[in-house]
Write a protein that binds this ligand. Structure first.
Ligand SMILES: Cc1cc2nc3c(=O)[nH]c(=O)nc-3n(C[C@H](O)[C@H](O)[C@H](O)COP(=O)(O)O)c2cc1C
Length: 185
């Protein structure tokens, strides 16, 4: 069992497509239960329910969208101090490469850290010179196999970490630690 919540904002559908892939990636892990919610539909109960949370934002001026900021400021603000220790990660769609998508991921991770979440990035390379150290990032919508795999892998890793750290399945870490400092490309 791994309870995974994927929350996203999206004005033109790009981050939504990433979110669908992140949710699908979590389902690669046996026993994962996944909720996928547009930020305006997500509730306090969702946040209390989940063990792992992936937050997807369109890159907006290099940071998190105002709807997600409002969600963490106002909608779930009184959960502060009550949801520590959950596992969190981020993903973002920007208008172009270099447009600030990783910075936007960091702004999401800052918010999650403020709530006491344990946040992570991945060392994995999912394609030639293509990785997701601070979360999955895509310019526009995910089209190429490596862009899709970055989103899938993020969700998969989130569910694996929940199983490892919430449910004591530490042997899963052995399968995760396969990169070993050697660049595949
Ligand atoms: C208010 C606003 C601010 C934006 N700021 C940036 C930005 O700083 N960098 C960038 O690359 N794209 C920026 N964009 C473009 C979006 O990040 C991009 O179109 C993204 O793919 C939209 O995702 P969505 O379809 O999920 O809404 C901005 C768009 C809007 C509406």
């Amino acid at each position: 069992m791994a309870k995974i919540l994927v929350i996203y904002d999206s004005r033109t559908g790009n981050t939504e497509k990433m979110a669908e892939l992140v949710a699908e990636g979590a389902k690669r892990v046996e026993g994962a239960q996944v909720r996928l919610k547009f930020v305006e539909e997500a509730t306090k109960e969702d946040l209390l329910w989940c063990e792992g949370l992936a937050v997807g934002t369109p890159t907006n001026m290099g940071i998190v969208s105002w709807k997600l900021k409002r969600f963490f400021d106002d909608v779930v603000g009184d959960l502060w101090g009550k949801i520590d220790g959950k596992i969190g990660c981020a993903f973002s769609s920007s208008g172009g490469w270099g447009g600030g998508s990783e910075v936007a991921c960091l702004s999401v991770l800052y918010m999650l850290m403020n709530y006491g979440f344990l946040v992570f990035g991945l060392t994995d390379y999912v394609g030639k010179k293509f990785t997701l150290h601070y979360g999955a990032v895509v310019a526009g919508e995910p089209r190429s196999e490596e862009e899709k795999e970055a989103c899938l892998r993020l969700g998969e890793r989130l569910a694996q970490y929940v199983k490892a750290f919430y449910h004591g399945r530490l042997e899963l870490l052995e399968h995760i630690r396969t990169f070993g400092g050697k660049f595949p490309w």
